[in-house]
Design a protein around this ligand. Sequence first.
Ligand SMILES: [Zn+2]
Ligand SMILES: [Zn+2]
Length: 346
Amino acid sequence: MTTVAAYAAPAAKAPLERTTIERRAVRENDVLIDIKFAGICHSDIHQVREGWGEAIFPMVPGHEIAGVVTEVGPGVTRFAVGDRVGVGCMVDSCRTCENCRAGLEQYCTRGNTMTYNAVGKDGEPTYGGYAQTIVVDEDFVVRIPEGIGLDEAAPLLCAGITTYSPLKHWNAGPGKKVAVLGMGGLGHMAVKIAHALGAEVTVLSQSLRKKDDGLRLGADHYYATSDPKTFEELAGTFDLIVSTVSAPLDFGAYLALLRTDGALVNVGAPEEPVSLNLFSVIGGRKTLAGSSIGGIRETQEMLDFCAERGLGSEIEVISADRINEAYERVLAGDVRYRFVIDTSTI
Ligand SMILES: [Zn+2]
Ligand SMILES: [Zn+2]
């Protein structure tokens, strides 16, 4: 075991503070990573505040981890000391179920092990990326290609894959009209990736405040959802809507923006159940769906794609003593578009 510095929430809703945690000794198939940057994801805040149910404390959040390998176990074959690597939302899964065998570890039928706020197969709690190091089985480590900075790559490990996976699954590409609902951490990556995939991209945001950014990042059109005319004008338009919004939505109103056979896919998760009149999906054979991050293989594919196209995240790098302030700013929508912690300041 090694003692390392970290930022943790000691209890639900408590501010994060500097502390130390134990990292396990490197096992046969483990990689020890010197963390350089860790993104702040909205779901870190949900979990610290127990918005998604009871959580494990102390909690070291962080599942957008970018760093450099400093030690490998004797059985490691894919990584060497000095490699630039990333870790996302999972650090283990059963590896034998149908989904794990298909590279869909995020849907492991026995439940995967989340990077933090979970208990590993060894019975120990997992701690995330707001820390100096992390030890992870090599099967859950991905390579960050040269040509993309570790700081702008960190958010790809959650925000990038969470949007890339549904865009690919629902065939965003040339000839497809894709709407991105919400222009935040997830939304701005969805715009970049959908545009790079060749789709015609529309941002649906509460206001036109971020319109210039949206168009610069690759959107073709930008509409305010606070304007009722938007819903008249865009009725029956989209093949795919990716909703990154975690606040309650009028799903009926958004389903009406889909063409026949269109899909509204949720990657944001409101804390409360939603209600829906099912005629919204019956008319037009529409799909209301969800999607969770992506498998390890697809995460590597996404990183390679983003590096090739120069698609880093738009970031604001902060020192660790500003994490609590950053949380408040995320909740206020005051970040363009992802906070990334410089973990050398922990
Ligand atoms: Zn996340
Ligand atoms: Zn499994």
